[in-house]
Design a binder for this molecule. Structure first.
Ligand code: BGC
Length: 867
């Protein structure tokens, strides 16, 4: 026994050692991922739609001292204020401390807020109006609580790894779906005056080993230029185009350069090519270098702390003051950082009566320390319990309902009738027995699963469980809310069993039931022996309905083909309205209209090997994106693997006919590449002289808070005197602006990319006997003439009908832009489209595998045309 154990330990150590060797061994030269340098940081303010905000910012920044500028770039330290992070302020010139706070689905760790369904459920609605409406509501709630920058939406991770912990925060495993979801959320949020922080740029596709710290290095997502542009960057480009005021960099490296100081990503791609005019912020504690990050284009450090949080150190704050005074960082760079931040604040109108924080993300108590991170802190009122919910529960419920995706409905067993005899199984139908919100950041899986866990959550103001909602409608129901099938339960031929199962995941700083964010232990299986519960119910009952609350794909193979399993509903993650949204569908008040925002495989081995989770004890993990463009359905199509349910699949209680397809040219694509970009406009200028050292001196009689991050220096004159000391600037460092990249020109890129090239129309008729809503999904198939291997179908557009009565029709218009038909030419560094759309096929259908009509230049037809 002991020998066996020792043997296993030795073997284990050998494997670990081999793994570390593998990681440390440099790859053959020429194959190593590399992120080229790009300097200097482009200044913001060159686009006309930002001109007035930049003008106002210029006026204010011109008056600011060195420390006032530095103050706005650096957080005050973790737990040094009410929000996840807050900047210092410049009250003398009217700029307050800015509050940055989570989350993408509601106000985190607060009260009287709405807990909306997360992105994945929103994606499943395929409903643009709801996407926007939720954005507006989120913005209103942020504003109501005094949050200047709401940390969302999340469009990265994209869902490359099905086990990835945070995929559910975004809108689905497709760049266009993410892009539409993200952009409409941003537009909505910012219409209410809150600044959106689009995150995480880029390649944060798994949770484990994401962060670099003094003891470890986060993984490197090694992504080639084409894949970056056509997949991972795509939703960011659209988000910038939508006017995102802020972008948050990811924790990980991209091509072996940390995102928070990756000059290629920030200076080149984001600020030059995508024309981003707002400010770039680190992910929390992702700051790993002061000068390096400033030169690489970072504008704000959050929450401001240095290598070890709460030690009162920072890479910026007073260190940034020092780097300016000793000349290491050009003063122009600091001016640009601050101008970007202040301009964004003006752009969203936050100079007009924007509230200051009236809540605390640290406590629900009414009073408490103002700076909980300081051992001795002044105290005061920290929570005013402002109710910001308005009537947002209506939107929350509509999203949860319209996201519900009916995968199977044999014999039209659904909808149920109110007097059907029901037996309900599974703890996922009920409340958390420990009480609502008892797990911090929802870090447990107890009761109905309403969202994943981590920073992307909020507390539930209330929760309507499926149990409550079903009991409210049916008086003929018995509940068995355990995950072990009760052997004593009686079944009759009239009974319908409803079995609730779920699958959870979340952020890496919490491990739930052995899963460190990513689904390591659970794999793609239902949690809590969900498969066994369904199987047991199917043994006893002849009619079984399975309801799944899940963060992403799970394997259904153990029971999906069992005869009694008649219906399966993916209710995704429903937020606070879990129960009502479900009974709206179960009992037929509404027909399901959600569609899968990812593929459900038959086996995990159906995915490319490269999208598995990576873990190793030593050395930096190299996560090579070798599958390129072929993730999710793009891969299944290429590998010719029939999944269990394809991307976009979703049934209704009625049926739809697609007819009368039309294609018309709107803007002729008469050139391969878009028209020349617009030239860059001018940017604000300031004196380039260094500020006097005295500006960084501590004010007299200043009452310092311990560990709070200040911009002041003890001996500023020494810093200034040290100016001859040379700093090892990165390779390729230059202060000479680069020529404007040809793919740029406006927010998101050259505006010609968004010329509508084609407009398609399709008539959708409700051919069944119940009312319902259809989704038309448009996939493009690009021609071989582009000279590149390209996925055979790519979702580029979708629209959803209103509720159609039986027999009713609606004509939907789906527009396709030049960019939608383009591939990224890595040599020319521009988007390349087939001239006149020659050879492009446009497929419109109800899923990627259920295409109803096809069009090409010259004509359209129903599917048979192309068979
Ligand atoms: C997450 C971000 C979040 C931030 C602030 C980080 O751990 O990755 O998404 O916005 O914390 O809470």
């Amino acid at each position: 026994m002991a020998v066996n154990l020792a043997y296993r330990l030795i073997l284990f150590s050998l494997v670990q050692w081999a793994l570390s060797l593998e990681a440390l061994t440099p790859r053959a030269s020429g194959t190593e991922a590399y992120s080229p340098p790009y300097y200097p940081a482009p200044k913001g303010g060159w686009l006309s739609n930002w001109a007035s905000a930049y003008q106002k910012a210029h006026t204010v920044v011109s008056k600011m001292t060195l420390v006032e500028k530095v103050n706005l770039t650096t957080g005050t330290g973790i737990f040094m204020g009410p929000c996840a992070g807050q900047t210092g302020s410049a009250p003398r010139v009217g700029i307050p401390s800015l509050c940055l706070h989570d989350s993408p689905l509601g106000i985190r760790n607060s009260d009287h807020n709405t807990a909306f369904p997360p992105g994945i459920t929103v994606g499943a609605t395929f409903d643009k109006d709801l996407m926007y409406e939720r954005g507006v509501a989120l913005g209103e709630e942020a504003r109501g609580k005094g949050i200047n920058v709401l940390l969302g939406p999340s469009v990265g991770s994209l869902g490359r790894k099905p086990r990835g912990g945070r995929n559910w925060e975004g809108f689905g495993a497709d760049p266009s779906l993410q892009a539409v979801g993200g952009s409409l959320t941003i537009k909505g949020m910012q219409s209410a005056g809150a600044i959106a922080s689009l995150k995480h740029l880029v390649g944060n596709e798994q949770e484990m080993h994401r962060m670099s710290s003094v003891i470890t290095q986060g993984y490197s997502s090694n992504i080639d230029d084409r894949t970056l542009h056509e997949l991972y960057l795509w939703p960011f480009a659209e988000g910038v185009r939508a006017g995102a005021g802020s972008v948050m960099m990811a924790y990980n490296d991209v091509n072996r350069s940390s995102c928070s100081q990756n000059s290629k990503l920030i200076n080149d791609i984001l600020k030059d090519e995508l024309g981003f005019q707002g400010f770039v912020v680190t992910d929390w504690l992702a700051h790993i270098g002061g000068v390096s990050s400033a030169l690489a284009g970072l504008d704000m450090s959050m929450p401001g702390d240095g290598a070890i949080p709460l030690f009162g150190t920072s890479y910026w704050a007073w260190e940034l003051s020092r780097s300016i005074l000793n000349g290491t960082i050009p003063v122009e760079r600091l001016n640009d950082m601050v101008t970007r931040i202040v301009a964004t604040w003006y752009k969203m109108g936050q100079d007009q009566d924007y509230p200051t924080p009236n809540f605390s993300g640290n406590t629900l108590d009414e009073t408490g320390p103002l700076y909980p991170g300081a051992l001795i802190s002044p105290t005061g009122v920290v929570n005013q319990y402002v109710d910001v919910q308005g009537n947002h529960s209506i939107t929350a419920r509509a999203i949860a309902r319209d996201g519900i995706t009916l995968l199977k409905n044999d014999g039209n067993i659904l909808p149920l009738r109110k007097n059907d005899s029901l037996k309900v199984f599974g703890s996922d139908a009920g409340p958390n027995p420990d009480g609502l919100n008892t797990c911090g950041d929802q870090g447990c899986n107890k009761g109905v699963l309403t969202m994943g866990w981590g920073s992307g959550t909020s507390r539930l103001p209330y929760l309507v469980t499926p149990q409550e909602a079903i009991a409210n409608i049916s008086s003929n129901v018995e509940f068995y809310l355990t995950d072990k099938f009760p052997s004593s339960v009686k079944s009759g031929p009239q009974d319908t069993a409803i079995v609730f199962i779920n699958a959870d995941s979340g952020e890496n700083y919490i491990t739930v039931e052995g899963n460190p964010g990513d689904r390591t232990t659970a794999g793609l299986h239902a949690w809590h022996n969900g498969d066994e519960l369904v199987k047991a119910a199917a043994e006893k009952f002849t009619k079984v309905v399975v309801v799944v609350h899940t963060v992403g794909p799970i394997l259904l193979e153990k029971w999906i083909d069992l005869d009694p399993v008649k219906a399966v509903l993916f209710a995704h993650l429903p937020g606070q309205e879990a129960g009502w949204s479900l009974t709206d569908i179960l009992f037929g008040d509404y027909s399901p209209s959600g569609h899968l925002p990812y593929t459900i495989p038959r086996s995990e081995s159906d995915y490319p090997e490269s999208v598995g989770l990576l873990s190793q004890p030593f050395g930096q993990i190299q996560d090579d994106f070798t599958e390129g463009l072929y993730i999710d359905y793009r891969h299944f199509l290429k590998a010719n693997i029939t999944p269990r349910y394809p991307f976009g699949h979703g049934l209704s209680y009625t049926t739809f006919n697609f007819s009368d397809p039309k294609l018309s040219t709107v803007t002729t694509l008469d050139t391969t590449y878009p028209a020349a970009r617009e030239p860059k406009g001018s940017t604000p200028t300031y004196p380039t002289t260094k500020p006097p050292a005295s500006e960084a001196a501590w004010p007299q009689n200043f009452n310092r808070i311990w560990r709070y991050l200040y911009p002041y220096l003890d001996k500023p004159e020494d810093a200034a005197a040290n100016s001859t000391k040379s700093y090892p600037y990165p390779d390729g460092y230059s202060t000479e602006p680069k020529p404007a990249p040809r793919a740029g020109g406006a927010e998101g890129g050259n505006s010609a990319l968004w010329d509508v090239a084609f407009s398609t129309q399709v008539k959708i008729t409700n051919t069944g006997s119940r009312e319902g809503r259809a989704v038309a999904q448009l996939y493009v198939e690009l021609p071989g003439s582009l000279g590149l291997d390209t996925p055979s179908r790519q979702l580029r557009q979708f629209e959803k009908t209103r509720i159609l009565k039986p027999g009713e029709s609606e004509v939907l218009t789906l527009e396709v832009t030049r960019k939608d038909l383009s591939v990224w030419d890595v040599v020319v560094q521009d988007w390349k489209a087939p001239v006149n759309g020659e050879g492009v096929k446009f497929w419109i259908g109800e899923s990627v595998a259920d295409l109803r009509v096809g069009c090409a230049v010259g004509g359209c037809s129903v599917l048979e045309y192309y068979d």
